[in-house]
Write a protein that binds this ligand. Structure first.
Ligand code: ATP
Length: 299
């Protein structure tokens, strides 16, 4: 289990991370989210001990993270750090040796992953000759070559096409199944909703939303009712409990204060013509994020 407790980091007088706490259990995928400059990379760098002048404590399985455990960690950095003049094989051997792995083991795993990511033919090619997406696959392989117990992924999906996102996602879920602790950052809420159960959203280094996504959605209370039919937006906006109404191509999204207001909307919609859809949905994480970050900005 990864435990981050009351961590604060200053760069000079500037507080980049402000009293941050969270824990990620074995087999859990944790999302570290936030707008640009929120403090995500700084947090990763503190976990990796690339920054160690911070207040608070960070432990992995109740032990401080030091050289004795770094071999069990895989880190995909945001500023991609491939040595582009090396071949793929040389690069992965370099990372594998840093993790104290034997050459034979590194090469066996490398063949497996190159095959899995369908880039076998690039093994002896220089990294600079590879496309951006393929370079990212090699970077990802370098992060997982040691079968990490703790896998840290800073923006793993940036620049990837949807097919490759699926491939990465599958592999990340396999590590979760094997009991690895996984923590990743993203700006994209849909990526987070796709496979992570727990998260913290940072704003100026401070958590504005945290916990299990299911709980966050419950606590948010607001619901969306999706309707297809002939409704009069002006009238519908007057219904008690309706906060707002948006219109997509052919659907109305009626936003209500909470569950108790569903009946009011239902009563109105049942009198409308050509109604073919009435579905109550939880708001997306993106919607909650925008609302919460907006509120926090106003404070
Ligand atoms: P992004 O999504 O843009 O990568 P981030 O959430 O990863 O952002 P950080 O890189 O952790 O954010 O930066 C947090 C804050 O700390 C920013 O305001 C940044 O300008 C500042 N910062 C980061 N590194 C340094 C540094 N070495 N010296 C001074 N300030 C820094």
């Amino acid at each position: 289990m990864l435990k981050v407790e009351n961590v604060t980091k200053y760069y000079g007088n500037f507080k980049a991370v402000d009293n941050l706490s969270f824990e990620v259990k074995d087999g859990e995928i944790f999302g570290l989210l936030g707008v640009n400059g929120a403090g995500k990379t700084t947090t990763f760098r503190m976990i990796m001990r690339l920054i160690d002048d911070y207040e608070g404590t960070i432990t992995l399985d109740n032990k401080p993270i030091d050289y004795t455990v770094t071999n069990k960690i895989g880190f995909l950095t945001e500023e991609r750090s491939l040595l582009t003049k090396l071949t793929v094989k040389e690069q992965i051997l370099f990372y594998g040796h840093l993790k104290d792995m034997k050459e034979e083991e590194i090469l066996k795993k490398l063949d497996y992953w190159l095959d899995r990511f369908e880039v076998k033919e690039y093994k002896d090619k220089k990294i600079k000759e590879l496309s951006k997406g393929n370079q990212q696959k090699i970077q990802f392989i370098s992060a997982i070559i040691n079968d990490p117990k703790l896998l840290i992924l800073d923006e793993p999906f940036s620049g990837l096409d949807p097919i490759n996102i699926e491939e990465f996602k599958e592999v990340i879920l396999e590590f979760k199944k094997k009991g690895s602790t996984i923590i990743f950052s993203s700006h994209r809420m849909d990526h987070v909703e796709m496979f992570c159960e727990k998260l913290v959203i940072l704003l100026r280094g401070k958590p504005v939303i945290e916990g299990y996504i299911s709980d966050i959605k419950k606590q948010y209370r607001k619901k969306n009712i999706i309707v297809i039919g002939d409704i009069d937006i002006k009238d519908a906006k007057k219904i008690d409990g309706v906060v707002n109404i948006e219109k997509n191509a052919n659907e109305y999204i009626i936003k209500i204060e909470d569950e108790s207001k569903i009946q009011n909307v239902f009563k109105y919609i049942s009198k409308c013509k050509n109604v073919t859809k009435f579905v109550v949905e939880e708001p997306s994480l993106n919607e909650i994020f925008i609302a919460k970050v907006g509120e926090a900005y106003e404070k």
